[in-house]
Design a protein around this ligand. Structure first.
Ligand SMILES: Cc1cc2nc3c(=O)[nH]c(=O)nc-3n(C[C@H](O)[C@H](O)[C@H](O)COP(=O)(O)OP(=O)(O)OC[C@H]3O[C@@H](n4cnc5c(N)ncnc54)[C@H](O)[C@@H]3O)c2cc1C
Length: 355
């Protein structure tokens, strides 16, 4: 029997074999695969595009269920309510964004170029350039493994936060209680984008923060900016063999932020008395520049390093193991803690390994 390696299913290209591997192409197949594994008492790992996962070199001892359901259904489309589109969990996220922009469905254009499947987007409330999916998700239909029943969550029930949701909070060791089957988006109709919330993107578009632009232009500029940072998956570019941002931006009390140098970026955190910092800035200023780790005598033997385009991504330069990636992550995390007294937390799900 041929072994399925997680390294062939993840964008970082690391991770050992799956003890059992099932590809589920429909909602019924997803439920069936999960139910069968649960009934047999096996561990279950749900895998979408594998772009936010770091799995141990020893592999995964249970069943890996690859969510491969595709397509979407437009339930309603009118100029008043916009479009209600129900998307299968395995549908490629950027293909949906491209379709939306082409058909003048507004609201997700700033999330262009994020790898992975649509079912993964509500899990960590995927976001970029001041937008996130909580702004457009109406409902998420799931399979509740605890109750053995379908459960639908409305937007407010999903308890979205910064890179967080109830789906992530109830995930243990990468094994979610709720398996996403479909995601329903409510998108206004029109060629204009949602208001631009990010200064770098507004500058690129020649508009003020808070103004709108043509969604086509937003998608083009976002893809260009992301590619310049190695944040659009590209098999030819080793800087994209990553999990995207390895660390979340730390949210700290205002007094902690005050102790940082004056030029440290600070953003509103959405909670009183708290401030969001830039993990990329902290990493860079702690002495870990772009490409840190590339030297053959580094902790990763040069096989894993910070991206040469962005300090927040840890990349596989070819032949890296999960341990190599973690070695860089540990060094960076320790350096930032020593220099600034701030603890960085990983963004990807760590399966069978700890930082
Ligand atoms: C180059 C690059 C750039 C990136 N840029 C961004 C960015 O700008 N913003 C951002 O937020 N993220 C970014 N990411 C991270 C990642 O692309 C997103 O988090 C994406 O939504 C993950 O989807 P996925 O299908 O690949 O999930 P996977 O990596 O397969 O899974 C991630 C987690 O979600 C769970 N999961 C996946 N599908 C389901 C499902 N159907 N039901 C229940 N649980 C599920 C998995 O069990 C796992 O715990 C980037 C990654 C890369 C490699």
């Amino acid at each position: 029997m041929t072994q399925t390696l997680l390294s062939s299913l993840t964008t970082a290209g690391v991770g050992g074999p799956a003890a059992r591997y099932v590809e589920a192409r429909t909602e019924a197949e997803i439920i069936d695969a999960v139910r069968t594994a649960d009934a047999a008492g096996e561990q279950v790992l749900i895998l979408g595009g594998g772009s936010n996962l770091l799995v141990a070199d020893g592999g995964f001892a249970g069943t890996v269920v690859k969510i491969a359901s595709e397509g979407f259904t437009v339930n309603a489309e009118d100029s008043c309510g916009g479009v209600a589109v129900v998307v299968q969990a395995g549908h490629n996220w950027d293909a949906l964004v491209e379709h939306a922009v082409r058909h003048a469905w507004s609201g997700i254009e700033a999330l262009s170029g994020i790898p992975g499947a649509t079912g993964g987007t509500p899990v960590q409330n995927v976001g970029a350039y001041g937008a996130d999916v909580s702004q457009t998700i109406a409902a998420v239909r799931t399979w509740d493994r605890q109750r053995n029943a379908v459960q639908t969550f409305t937007n407010s029930e999903l308890k979205f936060g910064y890179r967080d949701s109830i789906l992530k909070q109830t995930t243990v060791e990468g094994s979610p209680r709720y398996v996403v089957l479909t995601v329903e988006f409510q998108l206004p109709l029109g060629r204009m984008s949602a208001p631009i919330r990010y200064a770098e993107l507004a500058r690129a578009l020649g508009v003020e923060v808070g103004q709108r632009a043509y969604s086509n232009d937003v998608r083009r500029e976002v893809l260009r900016l992301r590619a310049s940072k190695g944040m659009v998956w590209d098999a030819e570019d080793r800087d994209t063999y990553s999990t995207g941002s390895f660390f979340t931006n730390p949210i700290v009390p205002a007094q902690t932020a005050e102790r940082l140098p004056a030029d440290a970026p600070r953003f509103p955190a959405g909670a009183a008395g708290m401030v969001k910092l830039s993990a990329a800035w902290l990493i860079d200023r702690a002495g870990f520049g772009k490409g840190f780790g590339l030297e053959p005598d580094s902790v990763s033997g040069g096989r894993a390093s910070l991206s040469t385009k962005h300090t927040l991504a840890i990349t596989n330069r070819g032949g890296a193991s999960t341990d190599d990636v973690l070695a860089i992550a540990r060094e960076v995390r320790r350096g930032v803690a020593d220099r600034f007294g701030i603890e960085l937390h990983p963004e990807p799900l760590l399966i069978g390994v700890e930082l």
